[in-house]
Write a protein that binds this ligand. Sequence first.
Ligand code: SAM
Length: 240
Amino acid sequence: MQDGAASRCDPRLMERLRKKLVKKLEEEGIIRSDKVKRAMLKVPRELFVPEQLCELAYEDTPLPIGFGQTISAPHMVALMLEEAELDEGMKVLEVGTGSGYNAALIAEIVAPRGSKNPGHVYTIERIPELAERAKKNLERAGYSDRVTVIVGDGSKGYPPAAPYDRIIVTAAAPQVPEPLVHQLKPGGILLIPVGDRYSQTLYKVVKLPDGKIKMKKVTPCIFVPLIGEYGWREDEAIYV
Ligand code: SAM
């Protein structure tokens, strides 16, 4: 870390700001469970944002991470974690690794350190340079044993590790990609923003034990586009 960043982003200051943000998200009713609260208190977001932006790590806002992409705002991350109803031992696919922050939070819930029944997180990113950086971030933060980073088109899911208990998509699709529904276990939950380029809705897709699908609208949202075979074509996508 450069000298300036080291003093602006002192770990004790970061911890104070992290606690303050978590308290705010709890008061706003976004964080509702102990497990999401514990994970958000544990994972240092400053290790996942560009070094020159570390002092903004606990602002409730998306931040640029390069290549036209963003680390999502903490309130959206927390809301998705709550809606995902994650539990220890689950196998989770995240589509859109970005910085690796959300993957670390998921790992903190499904595979906490010392768990007798650890789950695992597979996270897939289409931009190789971001995947590489996310791997380093996850290693630095102590999650590389619980998170596997893959480079590829996550709109097709990741068949080698399917089926999944949960699939969390952090980029917006024009419709729900069929392969993702297919790769979900019966009883599983898929969270995905769907809509056009300017306005989207976060959907919770539940695969019932008999294989039927139930879809619920969670909240309006704005994400960067999911680009791929079952997402947008690269030339159709604009970056928000
Ligand atoms: N979850 C991330 C985090 O914690 O930093 C934020 C994700 S960012 C909002 C969306 C990411 O999805 C971008 O890094 C983008 O490159 C990636 N993406 C877009 N289309 C994709 C695809 N088909 N497969 C995998 N990743 C994709």
